[in-house]
Write a protein that binds this ligand. Sequence first.
Ligand SMILES: NC(=O)C1=CN([C@@H]2O[C@H](COP(=O)(O)OP(=O)(O)OC[C@H]3O[C@@H](n4cnc5c(N)ncnc54)[C@H](OP(=O)(O)O)[C@@H]3O)[C@@H](O)[C@H]2O)C=CC1
Ligand SMILES: O=C[C@H](O)[C@@H](O)[C@@H](O)[C@H](O)C(=O)O
Length: 309
Amino acid sequence: MASLKVKLNNGVEIPILGLGTWQSKPNEVATAVEYALKEVGYRHIDCAWAYGNEKEVGEGIRKSGVPRSEIFITSKLWCTHHSRVEAALEETLANLGTDYLDLYLIHWPFHLNPNGNHPSFPTRPDGTRDILPDWKIKDTWAQMETVYKKGKVRAIGVSNFSERVLEQDILPHTTVVPAVNQLEIHLYNPQHKLLSYLKSKGIVPQAYSPLGSTNSPLLSDETAAAIASKYDLQPSDVLLGYLVAKDIVTLPKSVTPTRIASNYTGALSAASKLSKEDVEKLDGVATSGKQKRLITPPWGVDLGFENWP
Ligand SMILES: NC(=O)C1=CN([C@@H]2O[C@H](COP(=O)(O)OP(=O)(O)OC[C@H]3O[C@@H](n4cnc5c(N)ncnc54)[C@H](OP(=O)(O)O)[C@@H]3O)[C@@H](O)[C@H]2O)C=CC1
Ligand SMILES: O=C[C@H](O)[C@@H](O)[C@@H](O)[C@H](O)C(=O)O
């Protein structure tokens, strides 16, 4: 049986399943969060300033009646805020209506121009993203360490950081090793090499877009479907259970009550049923020609990832 929590490198425990909230409309997310916490048993919500719905997530948390201390809340520092981490965190805390986060992540390893032509997605005259090329990501991380040491967040980590960025730009300069790296990890983008590297450094991986995100090609995958029918599960259960069985913190998003419920129970059920051979088979799907990244914002610079188009 897969464990329900994973221990981070500072001893804090994180529930292995969390509810995603990207693209959850503000008028839907409060109900979704309330339902997930009150009716299903989720105790972990994955948020971000950039999702524009943190106020409504906070509303859902309060309406659920589940005590704050029982819920693991993650949020992420947006790219236009790298020079003012503490102020950005305060804004997120106020939006969510809480006085601390369980985990705060740097959303992407770039500082976008805070004085550009858009508050979240500034672009240059040629249309490319207005990244500050001279900004050092270690200076963002130093501010993350400050808010951690002040006790405003129980753990700090990163998201969308490749091995190269961690190895060259973060780890040589840290006193606190990131607790987590949140990445696109799923059947078609399993990132085996990066996962081994993270394990060697004690950094816990979190899987975003575990179902393949919007209009997912994964839900009709033949290997996942065959394994699902063997155990009387849905393919979505297998997609999630596969990651949970590998001790990867998994973040399915849904605003549909039946899916919010089945993703939770199905993931745990699949994780307990999948054999070593099933997991090996699923591990090989991408390398047998199905490798595909689904979330590739147009950064216009090399992030250091394998298989970035
Ligand atoms: N750090 C980062 O850069 C990123 C972080 N994330 C995080 O990870 C979370 C999950 O990733 P996300 O990209 O949202 O994608 P998911 O892989 O979680 O897929 C979500 C999509 O699948 C649908 N869905 C959910 N459950 C089922 C089911 N059982 N059967 C069929 N369809 C289903 C949802 O529809 P519906 O809601 O209508 O039910 C939605 O369209 C995000 O919400 C966010 O919190 C995601 C991307 C990038
Ligand atoms: O967390 C979700 C994703 O990272 C999302 O915030 C980005 O992909 C963003 O839409 C972008 O275009 O950079």
